[in-house]
Ligand binder design. Structure first.
Ligand code: BGC
Length: 394
């Protein structure tokens, strides 16, 4: 759909689109997963040489997923005719707020933000609204602000369900699809639970999806949390840090497993970096080194290359693959819609209440990856190459 936007009209279009957004009206349901690709965005975006700069704020470069996200969003926006100011904030909140302040000052036409602390951007978003800059929350919902116009993410509750299902599968209690195993091991099986960063809205969704899935097994005693630490606040790992997770696992092993992990069968982990910290701690007390040697089942998320390599080597059990290329496409589609005075299409208008309003969302599906899925899901789709899987490096 071609639409040339003359400079004088932009502010008016922004205002219109933001009004439409805050009314929550006009968001229509879509069916099925989006099929556009970065290349697709290039084709559809080739029409208007839209111009203008879009600000893209990413949390850190230490996780390969955010680097992939940033690159994919940038490529898609550039192919659509925009310039891109892409910034990473080294997981430092003041750095991210400054970067966003500067983007607003420079006059970006739209902001795409993957926040570090989802509650820390209220004044930046107010400044953006005052300047009629639409804001798209990328993967992580920005909370406590009326000025979040759209949210692109994955179905975060389902991510938690998939993680817990994978833990149950790894323990032999279910089949891969979550149906009951015909010959499950006798309980009680000891597990430990980890959660993400408590300032990231997603962490609670992952936790709730996982706990709802594990609950029947915890209630009937098939599963037991060996440490007794079964509350989100006890399990949360601030900033999702590998080192913090490793230290917590060290402490749990000392306090509840005789220092050598005896009896521990599995660990729910919400993110690959946390998984690697957990695995380091388990291996340091002599467990494993592989699952076939008795290393507990450890789940994950993001299909980070370091963890995919560990899955391939029978060390980490699983990860949840979120195709960042598809998410980036959705962010590009949403930004283009705003800049053309339209309302981006949402497929969820009820679940993501940011404390002030329900933010219209486009949620994508995820895939669980075990060793046998690496080829079909990650290599065939060109997310990672065989060489990267072999070396564990991007
Ligand atoms: C993302 C996850 C990621 C985690 C740590 C969450 O907000 O949704 O994909 O594993 O942050 O970076």
């Amino acid at each position: 759909m071609k639409k040339s936007i003359i400079a004088a009209g932009v502010a008016g279009l922004m205002a219109l689109s933001m009004t439409a957004c805050s009314n929550g009206g006009g968001a229509s349901a879509t069916t099925g997963a989006p099929t556009t690709t970065a290349a697709g965005a290039a084709t559809t975006g080739a029409a208007p040489a839209a111009g203008g700069t879009i600000g893209v704020a990413m949390p850190n470069k230490t996780s390969s997923r955010w680097v992939a996200d940033g690159n994919a969003v940038k490529a898609g926006l550039e192919a659509a005719g925009y310039q891109v100011d892409l910034e990473y904030a080294a997981d430092d909140i003041p750095t991210q707020t400054q970067q966003i302040d500067q983007m607003i000052t420079k006059g970006v036409k739209c902001l795409i933000i993957a926040s570090i602390d989802g509650t820390a951007l209220t004044s930046q978003l107010q400044a953006a609204a005052d300047a009629h800059i639409p804001v798209i929350a990328y993967d992580r919902l920005i909370r406590d602000s009326p000025n979040v116009d759209f949210y692109v993410s994955f179905d975060n509750y389902k991510v938690g369900v998939a993680q817990a299902t994978s833990l149950l599968y790894g323990l032999g209690l279910t089949n891969k699809d979550g149906s009951k195993a015909s010959n499950p091991p006798a309980g009680p099986l000891k597990v430990e639970l980890f959660a993400g960063s408590s300032d990231d809205n997603n962490a609670t969704f992952f936790w709730n999806g996982a706990i709802d899935t594990l609950k029947p097994y915890l209630t009937d005693g098939t599963l037991v949390v060996g440490s007794g630490q079964d509350q989100f606040g006890q399990a949360a790992i601030m900033r999702w840090l590998l080192e913090t997770a490793q230290t917590r696992m060290d402490n749990l092993l000392t306090a509840s497993y005789g220092g050598n992990g005896a009896g521990l069968k599995g660990v729910l982990s919400p993110y690959d970096g946390i998984s690697r910290g957990i695995i380091n701690a388990l291996q340091n007390v002599g467990m494993g080194p592989k699952i076939s040697d008795g290393l507990p089942i450890v789940t994950g998320q993001d299909a980070e290359i370091e963890s995919v390599a560990l899955i391939n080597k029978d060390v980490q059990f699983s990860t949840i693959f979120k195709d960042t290329r598809k998410l980036a496409d959705q962010a590009v589609v949403a930004a283009k819609a705003f800049l053309e005075g339209k309302t981006p299409t949402a497929n969820n208008t009820k679940d993501y209440d940011n404390g002030v309003k329900v933010v219209p969302s486009m949620l994508l599906e995820v895939d669980t990856i075990n060793k046998e899925d690496i080829q079909s899901k990650l290599i065939d789709s060109k997310y990672w190459t065989q060489a990267q899987v072999d070396s564990g490096q991007a």
